[in-house]
Design a protein around this ligand. Structure first.
Ligand code: FAD
Length: 471
């Protein structure tokens, strides 16, 4: 028999349910396949850095699979629909008896999987696994059987279920001694516009190394340092989790091994970090329960009536890190240059775009996706709808971050700002969040834009717009 494993955002050999199960039959010939879908990726605004990250992860995967004697084929097709056809063709050509894959939860991905399942009906058995989350979506529900609309009760119900199930990670499958030896693939696997990846090495080994180091060294300080962007206080594992170079169970198991008592103290760094993994879980479950989210429709429907200003020049200033608000601009430059942005800054920059500039959150959602190396539909949409007060338990619309005071709070000495805005290097700490004040007082000239909005006025304008929509 021939077993085909269709890899997607699970580019690893360790703790991969689809791969592990495909290898359970010792006699089966196991093949692996990945579909590159440039048109679909464009429609999803996938960042070039993310595409390059996937490319290099596939090279690493092909090495790991070659060690098991499993051949990996890269198939180029435009769209998901096309990919489903190609996978079905592959199954037919190689007389695959079974297809194995791990679920993806966004709508287009689900439709692709329904299509391939339909095409293979009565020919190839399809086995699909819930691998990308701790608990399959649809299982953490209220007594009425509905998805939670608020995070905390979701988390409580999640924890009860989570600790009643087996969360062990699966090992790497054994070498397929009866399969022919294969060579790893050679670059390039598909055409790439951008191959420079300054800060993230795309291998499984690197992901595990980072996880281990983070759990030993940083988790104890996580609660304290995770909000300070100048400090490397978070795991930076998001790119690895997004494309599955690392599994969510590996994260939990490593954490649990390092700090076995962490659940007893909900202010410990370990608990706070686990809580973030549950936020990830929450957003994955949410898009399954509310497929409209995948169509970029607001969770709170009344917010669809907001009259956005959508000023293109102001949007451009925001994308370029030229708003005149140092913390916002430094954050946007971090995103543009590295493909990653600190969580606290994602919240601030999103809030600034939506509330201060009154620009539709979907513009920001799309722009983030086009830059993020860790771009993940559910988390990105969840984060944007949170900031826009259009989401589940989003920030209330009348609580609006002040970018200057937030900057003072989370980057008090401007260390982060100076790193990304060298033009402000000489501004004293006291004025780093209001550099033009200093320039005016001292007769210095600054090569840095004036603030593009008056925050106090913009705040009132935003509240009024939301209230108008709510009427
Ligand atoms: P850590 O603090 O080490 O957290 C560990 C892991 O938990 C992360 O890697 C991530 O998988 C998960 N996580 C942490 N915070 C959140 C959260 N608020 N929501 C969901 N999962 C979380 N995360 C993405 O992975 N992809 C995105 O496209 C994305 N877009 C976002 C957009 C906005 C507007 C906001 C506010 C948040 C977004 N996030 C996104 C969530 C969060 O900012 C990142 O996951 C986090 O900054 C990644 O850094 P880290 O790995 O060091 O996180």
């Amino acid at each position: 028999s021939v077993h085909l494993v269709w890899f997607r955002n699970d580019l690893r050999v360790t703790d991969n349910k689809a791969l592990f199960n495909a290898c359970q039959d010792k006699q089966a010939q196991v093949h692996a396949l990945f579909t590159v879908t440039p048109e679909q990726w464009k429609t999803h605004n996938m960042a070039l850095s993310c595409q390059a990250f996937i490319h290099n992860a596939l090279l690493d995967l092909s090495i790991s699979l070659a060690k098991l004697n499993i051949p990996l084929t890269i198939v180029i097709s435009d769209t998901y629909s096309n990919a489903a056809d190609k996978v079905a063709e592959y199954c037919q050509q190689h007389q695959a008896t079974a297809l194995f894959f791990n679920h993806q939860y966004a709508l287009n991905e689900q439709r692709r999987d329904e299509k391939v399942t339909e095409l293979l009906k009565n020919k190839t058995t399809v086995y699909a696994y819930h691998d990308n989350v701790f608990i399959p979506p649809g299982n953490v529900v209220t007594q009425q059987g509905e998805m939670y609309k608020v995070f905390t009760p979701f988390r409580n119900a999640f924890l009860r279920l989570f600790f009643s199930q087996n969360n062990a990670s699966l090992p790497i499958p054994e070498i397929r001694t009866h399969q022919k030896a294969v060579s790893p693939l050679k670059a390039p696997l598909f055409s790439l516009e951008n191959t420079s990846l300054p800060s993230f090495i795309s291998t499984e080994e690197e992901a595990l190394k980072r996880l281990k180091q983070f759990c030993y060294e940083s988790v104890p300080h996580y609660a304290k340092w995770r909000d300070i962007p100048a400090v490397d206080g978070t795991s930076r594992l998001s790119p690895y989790l997004s494309i599955g170079l690392l599994s969510i169970r590996q994260c939990f198991n490593r954490l649990y091994q390092t700090e076995p008592d962490f659940l007893e103290n909900n202010t410990s760094g370990a608990f706070v970090w686990f809580n973030e993994l549950i936020w990830r879980e929450f957003y994955q479950h949410l898009i399954v329960a509310n497929p409209n989210l995948c169509k970029h429709i607001a969770f709170q429907l009344w917010t669809e009536k907001i009259n956005w200003r959508n000023n293109q020049d102001e949007f451009n200033a925001w994308t370029q890190g030229a708003t005149g608000f140092p913390i916002i601009d430094a954050a946007m430059r971090q995103l543009n240059q590295t493909g990653w942005m600190h969580n606290r800054l994602r919240m601030l920059t999103a809030s600034f775009l939506i509330k201060d500039l009154l620009i539709d959150w979907r513009w920001g959602e799309r722009y983030f996706m086009s830059q993020l190396i860790d771009g993940d539909f559910a988390s990105n949409n969840g984060g944007w709808q949170w900031a826009a007060s259009t989401g589940t338990d989003a920030v209330p619309y009348f609580r609006i971050f002040n970018p200057t005071t937030q900057g003072r709070k989370f980057d008090p000495d401007g260390e982060f700002i100076r790193h990304w805005l060298p033009e402000l290097a000489n501004v004293p700490n006291r004025y780093i969040h209001t550099p033009h004040e200093w320039a005016a007082k001292t007769n210095n000239s600054l090569d840095y834009p004036l603030p593009i909005v008056d925050h106090a006025k913009a705040r009132i304008r935003a509240i009024e717009s939301y209230e108008e929509a709510k009427k």
